[in-house]
Design a protein around this ligand. Structure first.
Ligand code: 4H7
Length: 249
């Protein structure tokens, strides 16, 4: 996959994109991130990228000229065009799964009060938000999207990490994890995890996931109950019943 990023701060991307899974994806040739400086496409001698809003009001607006010129230079044919903005469609795993199937994404990072509306309208940009909060620019949202989409690309994750997604736990919050030492400063690991009984461990983890999901994200538990509960094995159904009782339902 290729991801082009139109931004006023292209230098923010390489340090992040070279780390960890993203760096591996790049080295394997699975993912190419190309930051493009909007300022390179200005025409005036001061390289201005913003101007005052028609109709008045505070702040500045990203000008159409450099963005149009950048888009014309890069080409948009066959690309999915996304604009990271607080008023966009909320990013979730389902949207990401669709994006992961694209050949090329083109991301526009907004700044100032936002971009001239004609950029969004003329280029048919999809507005995407990473959550209901305000940031100073669209660069961090773009990197969040890139990270989340990269781990869905075939061969980016190891086989163990990627197979987990298909399991019965998907759609639930993660169960608690423990590692060595067994006892740390008087804090114990739950006995069941040391038992070596893999089925019992699985059932305990499932119940923990169900409890956590019911407490923190009742709407996710609802979805699980309507879409996945019928796929549970007999002993898993017992774990579900126990979790529901403990949740008081
Ligand atoms: C587009 C339009 C995305 C981008 C406006 C971007 C949150 C998200 C931005 C703005 C973003 C998200 C500029 C509006 C700064 C507010 C004070 C950049 N914030 N901003 N203004 N949730 N900010 O995905």
């Amino acid at each position: 996959m290729k991801i082009e990023v139109l931004t006023l701060f292209p230098e923010m991307f390489p340090p992040v994109m070279e780390q960890s899974i993203l760096g591996r994806a790049k080295e394997k040739g699975i993912l190419e991130v190309v930051p493009v400086n909007i300022r390179d496409y200005t025409l005036d001698k001061h390289n201005r990228t913003d101007d005052t809003p028609f109709g008045g009001g505070a702040g500045m607006v990203l000008s159409p000229e450099p963005v149009f010129r950048a888009l014309e230079a890069l080409g948009t044919e066959g690309k999915r065009l996304l604009y990271l903005s607080p008023r966009g469609r909320l990013l979730d795993q389902r949207l990401l799964e669709g994006l992961a199937e694209e050949q090329t994404l083109l991301l526009l990072c907004g700044h100032y009060e936002g971009v001239d509306q004609r950029i969004i309208d003329r280029w048919g940009m999809e507005e995407v938000s990473i959550g209901d909060y305000i940031l100073t620019g669209g660069e961090l949202p773009a990197m969040v999207l890139i990270d989340a989409v990269a781990r869905l690309l075939p061969e980016v994750l190891g086989s163990e990490e990627s197979h987990r997604e298909e399991s019965i736990y998907s759609g639930l919050l993660e169960y608690p994890h423990y590692t060595k030492p067994r006892e740390f400063r008087g804090l114990e690991t739950p006995e069941i995890l040391l038992s070596g009984n893999h089925r019992q461990i699985h059932l305990w983890r499932l119940e923990q996931s169900l409890l956590l999901t019911g407490e923190r994200r009742p709407e996710l538990l609802e979805r699980f109950l309507s879409q996945q509960a019928d796929r549970l094995e007999k002993d898993e159904k017992k774990a579900l019943k126990s979790a529901m009782e403990r949740l008081g339902r």
